[in-house]
Design a protein around this ligand. Structure first.
Ligand SMILES: [Zn+2]
Length: 299
């Protein structure tokens, strides 16, 4: 019997199979998850050996110019951390090529650290941001408790085999009043609702859990954090370009996506349209990305 990685419930229904990976829908917390999941060792090997060939590398290892749509989100996150816990030590878990850490440094954050296991990305992150990059497992107990003003995970929690342990470790490492900010795919976002398992974001064995508002709230509250914000943003242009054009080669698909991305983000008008779209998507809870900010209790 499959156990839900979010709520540990065992009442799940089969949802679909993609690339021979079976997915289940938890009746308790509304999470959609892959089961059985590959072992920790298999996943670690997969990410290190595949590195740039992983499908999700399209999201975390692009050039600086491909993160324009993230800048307002990162900016709001840093302001929120500062207002809750001050401009203290910041840890970005799964920092990829270090784009967020470089942005934080530009905004005057000096005590910045990242965790990245893929060696090429870790080297690029160190170079890009001058942050201290740790190539260790986040759960390996290698970090100081009650230390961080902010811990961030951009598109990371959906890769975690044991998301509850991730949140437990976040709670332990944050200083009292510190803020956790994360985003992840929204399984009830417009793209997964319409394209379903054909969406590019459904990428086993990289993505292991797909959250909705209810399951993300459940995960963080069960871990002792207090939700400050839970919103949605973004439409996955990448998934729609791939779905509608059905490119034969991966390189062709990436090229098409970047063309569309650059069209959308290269002007003030484009960025204004994105900002307006995000307001509407959030009001309808249909954004493809969920964004959460949750605070550690002050003792
Ligand atoms: Zn569940």
């Amino acid at each position: 019997m499959s156990e839900c990685p979010v709520c540990a419930g065992t009442d799940a229904r089969p949802s679909f199979t993609k690339d021979e990976y079976r997915h289940f829908l938890c009746q308790g917390c509304d999470a959609l998850y892959l089961h059985p999941v590959p072992s920790e060792a298999e996943l670690a090997d997969y990410y290190v050996a595949q590195e740039e060939a992983t499908r999700s590398s399209q999201c975390w290892d692009r050039g600086e110019q491909d993160y324009k749509h993230y800048k307002p989100i990162w900016d709001a996150a840093l302001r929120s951390i500062e207002s809750h816990a001050g401009k203290g030590p910041l840890l970005d878990v799964g920092c990829g090529g270090g784009q967020f850490l470089a942005f934080a440094r530009e905004q005057g954050w000096d005590e910045i650290e990242g965790i990245e296991l893929a060696p090429g990305a870790a080297a690029r992150a160190a170079e890009r941001s001058s942050a201290q990059i740790h190539s260790v497992d986040f759960l390996a107990n290698g970090f100081s408790r009650d230390r961080y003003a902010g811990i961030t995970m951009w598109n990371v929690i959906e890769h975690a085999r044991e998301p509850r342990r991730f949140v437990g470790e976040v709670e332990r490492l944050l200083r009292p009043g510190g803020l956790f900010v994360a985003d992840c795919p929204n399984r009830r976002g417009i793209t997964m609702r319409i394209i379903g398992k054909s969406a590019y974001v459904v990428m086993p064995p990289e993505h292991l859990v797909y959250f909705s508002h209810r399951s993300l709230r459940q995960l963080l509250e069960a871990g002792g954090l207090v939700i400050q914000e839970l919103s949605t943003n973004t439409i996955y242009i990448n998934d729609w370009v791939r779905y509608l054009t059905k490119p034969k080669a991966e390189a062709e698909a990436r090229e098409a996506h970047l063309t569309w991305y650059s069209r959308a983000t290269s002007s003030g008008l484009g960025m204004g349209v994105i900002a307006a779209a995000n307001i509407v998507l959030n009001a309808m809870r249909l954004g493809d990305q969920m964004l959460v900010a949750a605070q550690k209790r002050s003792t």
